[in-house]
Design a binder for this molecule. Structure first.
Ligand SMILES: *Cc1c(COP(=O)(O)O)cnc(C)c1O
Length: 582
């Protein structure tokens, strides 16, 4: 078939009945459902948070990607994760009350990646050469594409040429890399729409290699899962036709695919979510609540349904090994660290004494981490077993409300002073986010003005995996207060619960998978009611630690509800059940 032929095979996917009949035919003839070594589960992500392997992410999206691969490794699922290797990363530090960004070069050779070959993508009338590098594990691998000028994660504005270049390079370059390695994807999971171009590259390959265009679309759709982490489509940046002319169309060989894509522009612009919905028949959201409320429409204007697959975490990565051993030895979790059939009864073994014992181990871990992580005054903190610690650790974005507990500084001070408690804040402000860096500055000024708060509220810069681990294992109470309706899932709170911390939270994201009575809930008609309840919960948490019965009750209740949610093995099983129904 030559390129022009593609034209004749173009049919818009309008007639649903036709599509259904066609699916059946395709099903019989072409679909290979099994995942195998040569046909791995492929996972596409613009962000991976896996510092051990040299790739630093920005937040939950990247942590999820890293955890998904680790769980696949642990459970023996053939799995390939495809992502960029960014040659530079940003770190942050405090200087005279301001957050300063530092850019640090990173070399993949230092992290055990090996060079495979080069692949090309076309952009702006040039051929851009990308290095394909790979790090293989037992049954999983990280395949990365990179080049010296690839730039940093999320550098520039979304909707900018550079972002489009990075996304196109990942999609077309990453797909070429798979071919180079002799791999065919059993499934393509797109971790958010920045990875759309990978599915487009597949569609183009099928269509130009003789498959009827219509058939190629159906085939691609049936093998592509779009995982959405965002709530409102309107908030997404779009790209212009002109940008696609420079970066996207030159990479397509099939005229039919080009035409298909051109038809998706509205007023000369395109949102990647709208085409991702078209190219992926399988769609998931990252918690029960999020899958229900994510407001997305397809091009025809119909509301998109998302299957709820709540995020989980890799327990090996985020939970103290002593606690995992305890869960396993007592039959609470199985060998994959997923809950056993009778885990609820087995939770009887969780006693206040045990909780305190594990807190001591976690406290040591936290002190170790803090040795190299000074607070806002350049001071190195060290906590004793007796110290009481609240923490707030997450990206500093508006909806997560890092400043909420400081709205009534006097009351916060009274609560902390009841137990001489500390409050540790950790979180990165996105580079260039003036609003949030302003809020952080103001918050730290409030703290600085007060003699008591100055000694008890600590901000640790450059929030990362190490700090997340240290805090979830070594503090007592975690605070998570996103504006209800805005958190897709969140995973920090899972690390806290698994490490036997008390959770104070609004009923949002994955927390809302459980009931409102399963943790220390914060709710209210408005922010001031929520704030009042947050302070009450902080007092309750302090009291609970003074009373074995209460502590045991609250921790067990959290585990009972959330262990099945938290388990990364549960998450991967949910995905496999959805993708490959029996
Ligand atoms: C776990 C983790 C996250 C996830 O944060 P949420 O706000 O709960 O989604 C982000 N960043 C780091 C460094 C983490 O370890």
């Amino acid at each position: 078939m030559n390129e022009e032929d593609g034209q004749y095979f173009y049919h818009p996917l309008e007639n649903i009945e036709d599509v259904e009949i066609f699916y059946e035919a395709v099903e019989r003839q072409h679909l290979t459902k099994a995942v195998s070594k040569e046909r791995p589960y492929t996972y596409w992500t613009i962000e991976l948070y896996d510092q051990k392997n040299g790739i630093r992410g920005g937040g939950g999206l990247g942590v999820l990607a890293a955890d998904t691969r680790r769980v696949a490794e642990d459970t023996g699922v053939p799995f390939a994760l495809i992502t960029p290797f960014y040659p530079s990363e940003t770190h942050q530090k405090m200087k005279n009350g301001d957050i300063i960004d530092e850019h640090i070069p990173v070399n993949y050779k230092d992290f055990g990646f090996k060079f495979i070959d080069k692949v090309n993508v076309k952009c702006c009338n040039n051929l851009c050469q990308l290095d394909v590098i790979e790090k293989a594990f037992k049954n999983t691998r990280i395949i990365a594409i990179t080049e010296p000028n690839f730039g940093e994660l999320y550098s520039g504005m979304s909707g900018s040429d550079h972002r489009l270049y990075q996304e196109v390079a990942l999609g077309f370059g990453g797909y070429a890399a798979l071919k180079l390695l002799g791999l065919k994807p059993a499934i393509m999971q797109l971790n958010e729409v920045a990875t759309f171009f990978a599915a487009l590259a597949r569609l183009d390959e099928l269509a130009r290699n003789g498959m009827d265009f219509y058939e190629a679309v159906v085939y691609t759709r049936k093998h592509t899962l779009y995982t959405n982490h965002t709530l409102v489509q309107a908030a997404e940046a779009d790209f212009s036709f002109e940008q696609f002319e420079r970066f996207v169309f030159p990479n397509l060989k099939s005229l039919a695919v080009k035409k298909w894509l051109k038809d998706k522009f509205v007023d000369g612009h395109i949102k990647l979510s709208s085409v991702t919905i078209e190219i992926a028949e399988l769609r998931s959201g990252v918690s029960k609540l999020h899958a229900r409320v994510a407001n997305y429409r397809d091009i025809a204007g119909n509301k998109v349904k998302f299957k709820a697959v709540t995020n989980g975490i890799d327990m090996h990565t985020w939970v103290l090994p002593e606690i995992n051993d305890f869960y396993e030895k007592n039959g609470i979790l199985d060998m994959y660290l997923a809950p056993t059939a009778d885990y609820e009864e087995k939770l009887e073994q969780v006693t206040a004494e045990k909780i305190r014992e594990f807190k001591k181990i976690g406290r040591e871990k936290l002190n170790q981490v803090l040795k190299t992580r000074p607070d806002q005054y350049g001071k190195i903190l060290k906590f004793s077993d007796e110290d009481f610690i609240f923490d707030f650790k997450r990206r500093f974005v508006d909806y997560k409300r890092p400043e909420l507990p400081f709205k009534d500084a006097e009351r916060l001070k009274n609560i902390l002073s009841r137990r001489n408690a500390h409050y540790i804040l950790a979180g990165r402000v996105h580079s260039g986010d003036e609003v949030m860096s302003g809020k952080l500055k103001k918050l730290l000024e409030t703290v600085d003005k007060d003699d008591y708060l100055r000694e008890h509220v600590h901000y640790i810069a450059d929030y990362d995996e190490e700090l997340a681990y240290g805090l979830s294992s070594g503090s007592n109470v975690a605070i998570n207060v996103p504006i209800v309706g805005l958190e897709a899932c969140g995973t920090s709170w899972m690390k806290d619960i698994a490490n036997l911390n008390l959770l104070i939270s609004t009923h949002d994201g994955g927390v809302a998978d459980g009931s409102i009575n399963s943790y220390l809930n914060v709710s209210g008609e408005n922010e001031s009611e929520e704030l009042d309840m947050l302070y009450q919960r902080m007092e309750e948490a302090i009291s609970a630690y003074d009373n074995d019965f209460d502590l045991e009750f609250l921790i067990k209740r959290q585990l009972e509800t959330f262990l099945p949610v938290i388990s990364g093995a549960r998450m991967l099983k949910d995905y496999l059940d959805y993708l490959f129904p029996a």
